[in-house]
Design a protein around this ligand. Structure first.
Ligand code: ADP
Ligand code: MG
Length: 245
């Protein structure tokens, strides 16, 4: 593939104390690529993507995100984070701010965008996730699905080079899962570079360029959705798929 690499991880290892949580991870995410990461609970999926925006630090190997090295002498962590949008399982909205302010805060306070422009951008992305009418409410007044769409809009307002999703639908009531997946599918169609930790295999089939299976801190298998689901090669992958499909 000729598109430039947005995320490049080379031989990345990480320990929590003596526990080896990431073992020699190699992964390149190209511009415009959509990656789905799946695997059993505790396999290191969250830890890996949290290393990509420096919410966690790795100890060995190299990670480069949008041209910024996250190893050796690090520059400004805020610069890294403003390039990398992150959507969490539990939304993590600022509870004391309106939906609109949640979306304006990062651009204004981290990037120094003027208020007028930040408001315009916030409204644009709230339209994009189809909840502009919620702009003046507080997060607690919204449903889980709406809150997660605000979280996506808030990330988009920073105009990130890549979006990371950490099980964005697993805390939602079942009837709200599809509105969030539809929003994510729309982003993918618009060409956003995305790394999604999710067990929504319908989403993976429809959207992913590559599916990656992690187990015990390693990338065990990766492939196109078709190859991954129809012809998994490793026993651990087969076992995992038999449990979730
Ligand atoms: P996953 O997202 O695949 O469920 P995680 O990356 O959250 O896995 O966790 C991988 C392993 O690391 C788990 O065994 C977990 O208990 C452990 N772990 C996660 N965060 C910490 C931490 N801050 N300190 C110590 N161990 C942790
Ligand atoms: Mg996790």
């Amino acid at each position: 593939m000729s598109a430039p690499a947005i995320i490049e991880a080379r031989n990345v290892s990480k320990w929590y104390g003596t526990f080896h949580v990431l073992k020699e991870i190699n992964l390149t995410v190209h511009k415009g690529e959509r990656i789905v990461i799946c695997g059993p609970s505790g396999s290191g999926k969250s830890t890996l993507i949290r290393c990509f925006n420096r919410l966690e630090a790795h100890q060995e190997g190299e990670i480069t995100v949008n041209g910024v090295a996250l190893h050796g002498k690090m520059g400004n962590v805020a610069d890294v984070r403003s390039n990398v949008g992150m959507v969490f399982q539990h939304f993590n909205l600022f509870p004391h701010m309106t939906v609109l302010m949640n979306c304006m805060a990062g651009p204004m306070w981290v990037k120094g965008v003027p208020e007028r422009e930040a408001r315009k951008t916030a409204l644009k992305f709230l339209e994009r996730v189809r909840i502009p009418e919620q702009a003046n409410k507080f997060p607690i007044q919204l449903s889980g699905g709406q809150q997660q769409r605000v979280a996506i809009a808030r990330s988009l307002c920073m105009e990130p080079a890549v979006m990371l999703f950490d099980e964005p639908t697993s805390a939602l009531d079942p009837e709200m899962v599809s509105e969030v997946l539809e929003t994510m599918t729309g982003l993918a169609r618009d060409g956003m570079t995305m790394v999604c930790v999710t067990h929504e295999m319908g989403f993976a089939r429809a959207v992913a360029d590559r599916v990656i299976f992690m187990d015990a801190g390693q990338i065990v298998e990766e492939g196109t959705p078709d190859a991954f689901f129809s012809r998994p090669r490793h026993d651990r992958t087969k076992l995992f798929l038999s449990q979730i499909l």
